[in-house]
Ligand binder design. Structure first.
Ligand code: KG4
Ligand code: ZN
Length: 349
């Protein structure tokens, strides 16, 4: 692959239909995303059947938007990269089959990319579709620790090289973003819950409602948020849901107490992971990396650590990171074969 080759990225693993054009040196020319938030909002979570239908409707217009934004024609695309998993099977299929058809019709190579590994590699992107120039500190490179936090995953990953990523901590139950979404639902707030609770938490007192930080015996790098979710559910039941709907300050304090517990639990494992691996660089990736409380606490707590939080457009699901990982792998990603299937539970290591 030459540094000026153009890679088309396609991502449809959950509820964002996304296409992006990325140069082989990681420069993002375009990063088009059709979000399904309004579609799933009434249900307080993603409805898989509705998601896959919306992907099928949106994938070609989003592809056109990505090419248009980049100012290139399909004939100028040299290769493509698509998410093979993990994710919702019907959603994955929409992007995967589109990618196979395009690769076949245009006779260009394609690569099957792991969604979480692509999140982990997102710090290496830059350019107009990535929110500006490069955003990582000058000394940021492999090896580093990544905290991948979203609605579907919460893991600690030791990234030794683009093709060598080891999962050293994982979610035992709910993912961090899922906990945000469920707690917001319990409190009668909207969907997705993360940004709403983050806003409320900024004006709340985290000491009014305090929650126990879960720690898993024998596996100190694993995460558990279901106990926290249950504790919030009990509190809401005890005090009455109306209390949090009527008393804005009570809702802010509960959001702040919940967020302090999530942030503290995440950063405690990060500190242990950095120590275990002898690493001094951290990337926080995935939708929850947009969280302002987490960003502030990480900067305060992790002195001496070279820290990257990608811009929000690269934290939530996007196709730039999919093409970006293919670029970093320099053609060593898994080749896309016409008889290959998606893998909804694709393990990372
Ligand atoms: O990476 P993403 O777009 O999709 C998944 O792969 O899940 O992440 C979406 C998740 C949702 O659970 C959402 O509530 C959460 O990221 N999220 C946040 C914030 N913004 C998005 N969580 C906490 N604070 C935020 N500011
Ligand atoms: Zn994701």
């Amino acid at each position: 692959m030459r540094q000026d080759d153009l890679i088309l990225g396609i991502e449809t693993s959950c509820d964002e239909t996304a296409c992006a054009v990325v140069r082989a040196d990681g420069w993002v020319l375009s990063n088009a995303i059709a979000s399904q938030i309004d579609l799933h909002q009434p249900y307080g979570g993603v409805v898989p059947e509705l998601a896959s239908r919306a992907h099928l409707r949106d994938i070609l217009p989003v592809l056109q938007a990505a090419l248009g934004e980049a100012g290139v024609a399909m004939g100028e695309i040299g290769a493509l990269a698509v998410t093979r998993g993990p994710g919702l099977v019907g959603s994955l299929l929409a992007g995967f089959e589109t990618a196979k058809a395009l690769a076949y019709a245009r006779s260009i190579p394609g690569w099957a990319i792991h969604h979480v590994a692509a999140h982990v590699a997102s710090p290496f992107l830059g350019g107009p579709g990535a929110g500006g120039e490069g955003f990582r500190p000058a000394d940021f490179d492999f090896p580093y620790l990544a905290l991948a936090v979203s609605g579907g995953h919460t893991s600690l990953i030791a990234a030794d090289a683009p093709g060598r990523m080891r999962v050293i901590g994982r979610a035992r139950d709910d993912a961090a973003g899922e906990a945000y979404d469920k707690v917001a639902k319990l409190m009668g707030l909207g969907y997705p819950g993360g940004p709403i609770l983050d806003r409320l938490a900024a004006e709340g007192d985290p000491n009014v409602y305090s929650f126990t930080r879960a720690r898993i015996k024998g596996d100190p790098l694993d995460f558990s948020f279901s106990g926290l979710k249950t504790a919030v559910a009990r509190l809401v039941e005890r005090e009455g849901a109306a209390r949090f709907a009527e008393d804005a300050q009570a809702a802010r304090d509960l959001a702040a107490g919940f967020q302090a517990c999530v942030v503290d639990s995440l950063l405690a494992n990060v500190e242990r992971g950095l120590e275990q691996e002898g690493m001094s660089r951290l990337a926080v990736v995935g939708g929850v990396a947009c969280n302002r409380g987490l960003r502030r606490a990480a900067a305060e707590r992790l002195g001496g650590v070279s820290l990257v939080f990608p811009p929000p457009r690269l934290c939530t699901d996007n196709a730039a990171m999919i093409a970006g990982l293919a670029a970093l792998l320099g053609g060593k990603a898994q080749p896309l074969a016409l008889d290959m299937n998606v893998d909804a539970n694709w393990a990372m290591s």
